[in-house]
Design a protein around this ligand. Structure first.
Ligand SMILES: *[C@@H]1O[C@H](CO)[C@@H](O)[C@H](O)[C@H]1NC(C)=O
Ligand SMILES: *[C@@H]1O[C@H](CO)[C@@H](O)[C@H](O)[C@H]1NC(C)=O
Ligand SMILES: *[C@@H]1O[C@H](CO)[C@@H](O)[C@H](O)[C@H]1NC(C)=O
Ligand SMILES: *[C@@H]1O[C@H](CO)[C@@H](O)[C@H](O)[C@H]1NC(C)=O
Ligand SMILES: *[C@@H]1O[C@H](CO)[C@@H](O)[C@H](O)[C@H]1NC(C)=O
Length: 324
């Protein structure tokens, strides 16, 4: 009878943590899986699995990878020649009888390459498309049943139902989060190509120069939706509004408000936009016009004088010639 703490508290299993590198596949690269056991070091053997989508639920079943039936001493495992999106997990075991850690959370390696057995198409097909209110992700291939999975940083996994609605084999995403999400399709046996969809943040600001004394309101947009709360506003890289509002208002714009503005929401920043301020006083605004008119008149006057002078000279020259 074993008295190891692990056996006394069987539900309090240590957990394996898997990391994969690189996350995106390119031809000829090999993938390295690394496994460690949280808060524990020595004496483990490592077991390596590939994830097989289990469409009856929301999870995966795991199949041992070649050569790891008895576990490996090494805490890493290298896979060569992988070209398609795949998921992996690991766990560790030690002792006799063998005591196992929990399986790690699954980690994925993604391929952007289309293949006919499982493919994901995005509509609209540009990731920077601002004019559409939703993005549809369609799965095609030789399966009738699909699910669409999104992953944030290869850590958080999202089902289509969290981001939108599934209609047949299409996921209509209408909740764009301010983060970059990798999406792919899964059938019972296959993984599709993966796509990046970024949650762009844009500053909503006046396109034309604003006149001194006018009021102006800046906002922040996440793709097409206005962000209504907790937006940080920056002017010339300095934080100028940090509260729970989603907008920033300037009731009377002055010259000192001119500058580069940007907004930040949930850790993501918009690109900077220049807000120009033009003066409201009429004398000031007509000043350049007067200056230009003055300059043009001056130049014309000089030209006329030169012309007269030349005419005069020629006349005198002519007279002199005649005399000779
Ligand atoms: C796994 O272990 C069993 C028994 O210990 C042994 O018979 C078998 O050859 C091992 N398999 C591999 C692939 O090492
Ligand atoms: C997705 O983004 C990552 C990093 O940002 C990049 O390495 C990868 O090539 C992109 N994949 C596709 C299919 O665009
Ligand atoms: C899927 O389709 C490909 C060709 O498009 C075919 O070679 C393969 O056998 C099919 N697989 C299944 C499981 O039907
Ligand atoms: C699902 O898609 C079909 C075909 O694209 C469409 O006719 C139908 O209205 C959609 N259903 C819902 C609930 O949106
Ligand atoms: C905004 O203010 C809160 C509380 O005053 C502070 O914790 C937070 O760090 C500020 N954010 C930034 C971006 O400075």
């Amino acid at each position: 009878c074993s008295n190891s703490p692990e056996n006394l508290f069987p539900t309090d299993k240590p957990k394996a943590v898997l990391s994969v590198s690189p996350s995106w596949l390119s031809p000829g690269t090999s993938v390295t899986l690394s496994c460690e056991v949280e808060h524990s070091s020595a004496g483990w053997r490592f077991y390596w699995y590939k994830a097989v989508p289990d469409l009856s639920g929301t999870s995966y079943s795991y199949e041992l990878l070649p050569g790891s039936i008895n576990g490996t001493e090494q805490d890493s495992y290298i896979i060569h020649g992988k070209t398609q999106t795949a998921g992996f997990t690991c766990r560790a075991g030690r002792g006799d009888p063998e005591y196992y850690s929990d399986y790690s959370d699954p980690k994925f390696v993604w391929s952007g390459d289309f293949h006919p057995a499982a493919s994901l198409t995005v509509n609209p097909d540009t990731v920077q498309h601002f004019s559409s209110t939703s993005v549809s992700l369609s799965c095609e291939g030789n399966s009738t049943k699909w699910r669409v999975i999104g992953s944030i940083n290869n850590v958080f996994m999202l089902q289509c139902s969290i981001l939108g609605t599934m209609n047949g084999s299409t996921c209509n995403v209408d909740r764009i989060l301010p983060v970059d999400i990798v999406y792919w399709c899964e059938s019972g046996s296959a993984f599709s190509n993966a796509v990046n969809i970024t949650g762009h943040i844009i500053l909503v600001s006046p396109v034309h120069p604003v006149t001194e004394g006018d009021s102006v309101t800046l906002g922040c947009k996440l793709r097409t939706q206005n962000v209504l709360s907790n937006v940080f506003f920056y002017k010339d890289d300095k934080l100028i509004q940090n509260d729970s509002r989603g907008e920033m208002s300037i009731s009377a714009v002055s010259e000192s408000d001119e500058g580069f503005y940007k907004c930040q929401y949930s850790g993501k920043e918009s690109p900077q936009s220049w807000m120009a301020v033009k003066s409201s006083s009429s004398e000031k605004s007509s000043f350049p016009v007067l200056l230009i008119t003055g300059l043009v008149c001056g130049v014309l006057l000089i030209l006329i004088l030169l012309f007269l002078l030349m005419c005069c000279c020629r006349k005198i020259k002519g007279e002199m010639f005649y005399i000779q």
